[in-house]
Design a protein around this ligand. Structure first.
Ligand SMILES: [Fe+2]
Length: 469
């Protein structure tokens, strides 16, 4: 592990917008045995809290309250400005898919982080107040490699490993997850942006492993599978929320942490991030705790709902049926099972869409999604019931071939209406002629004089014309 960074951060995480201050958590990693340097916020020194350690790296958290009349902090002598006043004009970045399944840690840094550098440049021109991270913040797929218990995950899993073997696997997995986070979160571009723009994160499958929850139960429920989830969850809390288990009741809607959905209120804006992974199974997207969280969201002047997998999508059930009939296509059937549109999730999909329509009565709802490594948008309903979905993915994951995007666009032309009277339409981005843009991308959400607009930043084509929300 010695080749991985042993000092990263500060990385900021949004905690709460208060009347005259912003509360954030700052995550810092230093070599074990070294106390991090001085942190000053609001004119006072802030002491760090030790969070966890692994392979000689110690994680620390600072709980910062940044007052509106002093919107900055200073760490180890370097002052950083943070946007504290969030009631007026506001810029929010939405990113997803920050990595790739194979060999991500060995990629050329300049190529890998090009879109992060673009985001950093835009932040320097006109600061972002918040960064929403919509899933696959790391690609942990390779974490299971290199250990006899998990080398053949998820196809071949030992039936009754001994406690000693499992303890050894836990050490292995924890070290691999730490490596991924330390490497990914110290990348050029990301590290500068995240020191000044507080993040809110939801996880998707690759933050655990490819297809988590949609894999067969023999894998998910095995001792190895449960251990993998436990390590992924611990490191997700640590690195994506600067949190430990005891912080869960303060940060998430379910105090017991069975679902890690969250909700935050900003002036004029509700943010809702349902957890679509913790409770996922072959036949369910969320369990009772997850649904309990959804029903608590009332909406407001505007709601951004982060759905790690797109909520509005083309009809896939025909293809899924076909794939289930062909054994060789099983892997793709698992991929489809991971989507809201899967036949196995049809009732839950309708339920979620109905809940979104309920929130829509209080004001506009914009669904933000990633996951597909393409940029696109969709609409459901019309007039006072219109729901926009904006898909931006990925910021460092490379796009699939254009032919794939064109094929998907043709399929999307079939249309879908899981709720009667509310057809879903997949639309091209503003200024684009095809439904799916096969370029790396992220999204800028901007509120100007109370009106929200969206701009996709496409790697080759540049920014799209702004779309009013
Ligand atoms: Fe992804």
């Amino acid at each position: 592990m010695s080749s991985f960074p042993d000092r990263i951060g500060p990385i900021l995480y949004f905690r709460a917008a208060e009347a005259d201050a912003l509360r954030v958590a700052a995550l810092v990693v230093r070599p074990e045995g070294e106390t991090p340097g001085e942190m000053l916020a609001g004119g006072m020194g802030v002491a760090p809290l030790p969070l966890a350690a692994c392979e000689g790296r110690q994680l620390w958290r600072y709980d910062l309250t940044l007052p509106q009349d002093a919107p900055h902090y200073s760490f180890e002598g370097r002052e950083r400005r943070v946007q504290v006043e969030l009631s007026g004009d506001l810029r929010i970045a939405f990113v997803s898919c920050n990595g790739e399944e194979h060999g991500d840690l060995g990629r050329d840094a300049e190529e890998r982080n090009a879109m992060w550098q673009r985001l950093l440049g835009q932040h320097r021109d006109s600061p972002f107040g918040l960064m929403l991270m919509g899933g696959d913040q790391i690609y942990a797929d390779e974490a299971t490699d290199g250990h006899p218990l998990s080398d053949d995950w998820p196809d071949d899993i030992p039936e009754s490993p001994t406690p000693a073997q499992l303890a050894d696997l836990e050490r292995h997995l924890r070290a691999r997850f730490f490596e991924r986070y330390l490497s990914t979160f110290s990348a050029p571009g990301f590290s500068e942006v995240s020191a000044e723009v507080p993040a809110l994160c939801v996880w998707d499958d690759h933050d655990i492993c490819d297809g988590w929850g949609s894999l067969h139960r023999d894998a998910t429920r095995s001792a190895v599978g449960q251990l993998l989830f436990r390590v992924a969850r611990e490191t997700y809390l640590l690195f994506q929320h600067a949190a430990r288990e005891e912080d869960v009741p303060q940060l998430f809607l379910d105090p017991e942490g069975r679902s890690l959905s969250w909700r935050h209120e900003l002036p004029g804006l509700t943010l809702f991030g349902p957890d679509l992974r913790s409770e996922r199974g072959r036949r369910q997207v969320m369990g009772a705790p997850g649904w309990q969280g959804v029903t608590q969201i009332e909406g407001g002047p505007h709601t951004f709902l982060v759905s790690s997998v797109p909520l509005l999508g083309p009809r896939l059930s025909l293809i899924e049926g076909l794939m289930m009939a062909i054994p060789k296509m099983q892997k793709y059937e698992d991929d489809l099972r991971d989507q809201w549109q899967s036949r196995a999730h049809r009732d839950e999909w309708r339920r979620m869409l109905s809940e979104v329509l309920r929130m829509r009565r209080a004001g506009p709802v914009t669904v933000l999604s990633g996951e597909i490594h393409l940029a696109t948008r969709a609409e459901m309903g019309a007039g006072e019931h219109l729901i926009h979905q904006l898909v931006a993915s990925g910021i460092s994951h490379r796009a699939p071939p254009r032919a794939y995007a064109l094929g998907l666009g043709t399929l999307a032309g079939l249309g879908e209406a899981p709720l009667p009277e509310h057809p879903i339409r997949i639309r091209p981005l503003p200024g684009q002629s095809t439904r799916y843009a096969a370029e790396r991308n992220y999204l800028r959400l901007e509120r100007r004089s109370g009106q929200w607009r969206a701009i996709w930043e496409l790697e080759d084509s540049g920014p799209t014309p702004a779309m009013a929300l």
